[in-house]
Structure formats: C-alpha cells, structure tokens
Design a protein around this ligand. Structure first.
Ligand SMILES: [Zn+2]
Length: 313
C-alpha cells in the first residue's frame, strides 16, 4: 500500500470507539449492542492506516451503548497515555455526561484522564428526539458546565438542517463545537433532497460553512458511509468535501470512525440487545479518495495541524 492511502506523521484520528461488552456491559437504555472492538483491535486498525510504524494520535469518543458510563473510555485513555510502548501516541477523549448533574469535581477527573469535551448525539438512537429549543438548552447547559475547563469542546451529531436554526445561537457560544460526520451533510446517493448537480445548495451547508469560517465550528470529515450510499469510495461526496476544503481548510478534522457502527434506521426492526456487526469499510480507499479531493496542504491541516490545535493541550 502506498503512502497515498495512509495518514501522515503526527496525524490524529479524531473519532474512534472501543467496545468491550464482555468486561464492560452496555447500558440498559442502549439502542444497539455492537460486537467487541477492544483497544488492541483499535491499535491494530490505527497502525494499518498510519504511514509510521506506530498508531496515530487518537480521540476516543464515548459511544451511545455505554450511555453516560465513561469508565471504559477513561481506562483506555489511562492505558494509552501510560504505556511506554505507545509514547508517541497522544490519546484524548470525548465523554457523555448529564450536564445538569455533573459536578465540577467529576468533570475535572475526566479532564485529568485526557477527556477534552462532551458529546451530544441526536442521531445514533431513533428515540433521541429534541426540538431545536430543547437542543439549544442542552448545548447551553453543557457549555456552561465545561466553561471552567481549558480546551474543552462540545461535539454534536445532528442533521445538517439544524445548522440553519442554530447559526445565531452557536455564534454566541464560548466553547468550540465539533460537527460530527460532515455536520450531517448528505451526498445525492443518500438523499433525494440533495441535488446531485449542486449538492452545496442543500439545507445547512451555507450555515455550517459560515460557522466554520468564523472559527466556531470544526467539521469532522468522518463516517462517510453515514452521508453516502456510494460504496466503497463514496465519490458523490467529492464536491462537498472539496468545497469544505476550499471554504474552511483550518476547521476540518480527519476521522476514521472505526469500528464503523451501523445506523439508527437499521435498528428499527431489531431488538436493542441483538448483537450488531460493524460495517465493512475500506478505510485506505477512503483516505486515498480524500487525498485526491483536497489539496495537499489541506490534507496536512485536517490530519495534523487542526486536531493538534484542539487536542494537544
Ligand atoms: Zn462513531
């Protein structure tokens, strides 16, 4: 495999998960039950897409099956950040807490373990439905809860259409927002609403780019299978990702979204405790395509410089 299909030296993979139900049971409120994807498997994956011999820097994101129980995440961060064999790897985390009841003390404990933000996920569960006003309240409460923590972010997984409603509100926030998975933008293969000749006209694009250009929002270039049905290379996303690279090069973050969990729509007819396999994604093909779609300087920014600005503190 050539370097075209690899992440450069110093890269960050800003959105990965680990699952270990045999030792860390899922929350009873979960909407799905993924198979095992333990830390050693994550490290093997990370080595497989790294141009160096070692794994990339990593941001572990609390996945919804664990609810607000962040112990597996915290244990993994501790082991990554203390293992001398992984001294070149920096590991950070994005946790999920109840912003109403989380104490400053409990958030400080998370910070000390390497957590640098909170996740608000409206898309993994079909049951998680908020009105825009409720969402604003959750975001405002979360932003207030973490305001004393240096370098913390809020990570939102929402539909792109919400950015139009959220634009003035997000402008007033004092913490940066990370928009998961292309900010919910969709390729024409995924949505009949998206005009294949002009995918940038879709709702949310202009607002998302405006927020990015103002430095308020970082956009994760990740989980392309959530935005496109054009497997395996997701080519219908090229015009969107090329435009984001041109319009907001300093606000993009690469992520593999390993181990590629399924989607809420596929869970409607399945019980929440039925084991769910991961999607089979050719990460190196995705990387090779991204490198074709963005300028080399932007690739370096989205893999190395932009995430380092957020997560190396
Ligand atoms: Zn994910």
């Amino acid at each position: 495999m050539t370097d075209d299909a690899m992440l450069p030296t110093g890269a960050w993979d800003t959105h990965v998960h680990i699952f270990a139900p045999s030792t860390h049971p899922y929350a009873s409120t979960r909407s799905y039950s993924p198979l095992e994807a333990p830390l050693p498997a994550l490290l093997a994956h990370s080595r497989s897409i790294s141009a160096t011999d070692s794994p990339t820097n990593l941001v572990l994101v609390q996945p919804s099956p664990y609810g607000r129980e962040n112990s597996l995440l915290v244990e993994a961060l501790a082991s990554l950040n203390s293992d001398p064999a992984l001294s070149s790897v920096r590991a950070r985390g994005i946790a999920v807490v109840d912003s109403g009841s989380a104490t400053a003390e409990s958030l400080q404990v998370l910070h000390d373990s390497g957590v640098r933000g909170l996740r608000i996920n409206l898309e993994s569960s079909v049951n998680a439905r908020y009105s825009t006003d409720e969402l604003k309240t959750v975001i405002a409460d979360s932003a207030a809860a973490i305001s004393f923590l240096p370098g913390w972010v809020l990570q939102l997984f929402i539909k792109s259409t919400l950015w139009d409603d959220l634009l003035p509100f997000v402008m007033t926030l004092r913490v940066p927002i990370i928009a998961d998975h292309l900010g919910g933008l969709l390729g024409a293969s995924k949505s009949p609403v998206v005009d294949s000749a002009n995918p940038l006209s879709q709702p949310g694009y202009a607002s998302l780019v405006r927020l990015a250009r103002e430095g308020r929002v970082y956009i994760k270039v990740s989980g392309l299978y959530r935005a496109s049905n054009a497997r395996p290379g997701f080519e219908d996303l090229e015009p969107i990702i090329s435009a984001l690279a041109r319009d907001a090069p300093d606000q993009l973050l690469y992520a593999s979204d390993w181990p590629h969990t399924g989607e809420a729509k596929d869970r409607l007819k399945r019980s929440s405790d039925a084991p769910e396999a991961f999607q089979v994604i050719d990460d190196r093909l995705v990387i090779a395509n991204l490198r074709k779609w963005v300028a080399p300087v932007v690739w370096q920014k989205m893999c190395v410089d932009n995430p380092a600005r957020l997560f190396s503190n």
